[in-house]
Design a protein around this ligand. Structure first.
Ligand code: T3D
Length: 261
């Protein structure tokens, strides 16, 4: 059968595409395993310097596949095991990815699909796309990190509203709320994603990874602890090949060519 997720690396950019358009790229078990494992593949491959997450067809992802979910409930399956086995590792893989991650939100992102996009470093959103925090609609709590990421993106009161009263947030509103990095006309979407991915893949990868680590650390530590952590990360990036390349290029009034380490 057709693979539910595709993985392609071109010029340092790994693109992970959810490929079940007929089910709005919802996550059944095979999709969850493939998506999670490709995230780990991208993280481990030094040749990959930017990761793009996207969907095929008209959706980014409608979240958990509710048909498989119902079938598993009938069989008395462990509902929560998928959170720990699949969704949680996806979020941790995206947020600790030692290179930038772009969610290319081509269409509706609902439930865990929205959460996946919120975990990424950038959300490029097509004009016709949107987000829906669908969990309460099916009487579930939030998962895949939404309770953590959403309030950091939009603030606690708005996050509470969007989780308790789910509705589709269109792209323009998503931009105003801070859910979207950029909203792009549908016909310019692929090109915009490609340009940003190329820019990031040609950037100082180790510095990007260190900035992600600094931000994540500072989100849950005191100022003195964060200052000490910044000092450690500055020592790391200060000793990097890219730092030397960039300073030399600056003084020579040239464009640096980063190697990513
Ligand atoms: O233990 C656990 O599993 C917990 C895990 C939880 C993680 C979660 O993600 S919970 C949230 C699950 N997702 C949802 O509740 C979203 C359900 N979908 C929707 O609300 C809407 O479909 C959308 C807002 C995403 C899009 O609306 P619209 O009007 O553009 O499309 P539609 O007509 O509702 O859907 C089109 C088809 O896709 C339709 O099938 P049909 O009638 O053409 O045969 C619909 O049933 C199907 N579909 C949509 N979402 C899902 C789905 N099929 C399976 N699973 C889905 N999530």
């Amino acid at each position: 059968p057709h693979a539910p997720v595709s993985y392609e690396v071109v010029d340092g950019v790994a693109t992970i595409t959810l490929a079940r358009p007929d089910s709005l790229n919802s996550f059944d078990d095979a999709t969850k395993v493939a998506f999670r494992d490709y995230l780990h593949t991208a993280a481990a491959d030094d040749a990959v310097r930017c990761v793009v997450l996207t969907g095929s067809g008209r959706a980014f992802s409608a979240g958990q596949d509710l048909k498989e979910h119902v079938a598993q409930m009938r069989e008395g399956g462990q509902l929560n095991s998928t959170v720990e086995e699949h969704y949680n590792p996806m979020v941790l893989a995206i947020t600790t990815m030692p290179k930038p991650v772009i969610a290319a939100v081509n269409g509706i992102a609902a439930g865990a699909g929205a959460s996946i996009a919120f975990a990424a470093d950038f959300r490029i959103v097509a004009e016709s796309a949107g987000f829906n925090l669908a969990f309460a609609g099916i009487a579930l709590s939030a998962d895949t990190g939404a309770s953590w990421t959403l309030q950091r993106l939009v603030g606690l009161p708005k996050a509470t509203e969007l989780l308790l009263l789910p509705r589709t947030i269109r792209a323009e509103e998503a931009l105003q709320l801070g859910l979207a990095t950029q909203v792009v006309a549908d016909d310019a979407f692929a090109g915009t994603v490609q340009d940003l991915a190329a820019r990031l893949a040609n950037g100082p990868t180790l510095a990007y990874a260190s900035l992600k680590r600094a931000l994540a650390f500072s989100a849950s530590h005191s100022l003195p602890e964060s200052l000490a952590n910044e000092a450690r990360l500055m020592a790391l990036t200060g000793a990097s090949e890219d730092h030397k390349v960039a300073v030399d290029a600056f003084l020579a009034k040239e464009k640096p060519t980063f190697v990513g380490r």
